[in-house]
Design a protein around this ligand. Sequence first.
Ligand code: ZN
Length: 176
Amino acid sequence: MACVVPTDRLPVPPLSALGLTEFADFENQPMSGITYKETYFLQRSAAATDESLHFHELVHIVQWHVLGPKDFLLQYAIGLNEQGYLGCPLEAMAYEHQRRFDAGEPSYSVETEVREQTLALKTYAANWARLGDSPGQTKEPALAGSAYKVHTPIVTYPQKRRISRPRWDVNTRRTK
Ligand SMILES: [Zn+2]
C-alpha cells in the first residue's frame, strides 16, 4: 500500500536544528518529493503531472518496506554522509530505475528488482558491521549471490582503526 500527499511544503526533517549539520546540503536542496514508510509527499505543482516523480518515490516505498524505518534511515544517512545525495545507494537505485522508466525500457518487475537490490545492500551493510566488531581481521565481506560486488576493501585492527570502505558507483550501481 502507498499513499501520496500533495503539499505546498514538504516535511523535511530539521537535521541542522538537531545538530546534524553535515546534512545541511540535503536539507537545503530543492526537493520535489520525500518518502516516509508507505507515504510519500510531493510538491503540489509536481503531484498532478510528474509521473516519473511518483515512480521514483514508489521505489523508495519498496526500500522502506524491505529495510524497515531504522535500517532505512541508517542506510540513507550513511550513504548521504559518505557519498552525497546522488551517490547514496538508496538514491542511486531509485534514480536508475527512474531513468529506465523515463527511457521507456521494456517492462520488468520493478518491485522484485528493488527488493533484491535493497536486500543486497542490507547484507552488505551487515557484513561491514560484523567485520567492524571483529578486531584483527582482514578480509572481505561475503556477498553470495549479490548484485553488488565488493572490490578489495581492507579492514585493519587493532592498532589504528583504518577502514577503506568501497565507494558506490552511480553509473554501474556497484561498489568500486
Ligand atoms: Zn529519492
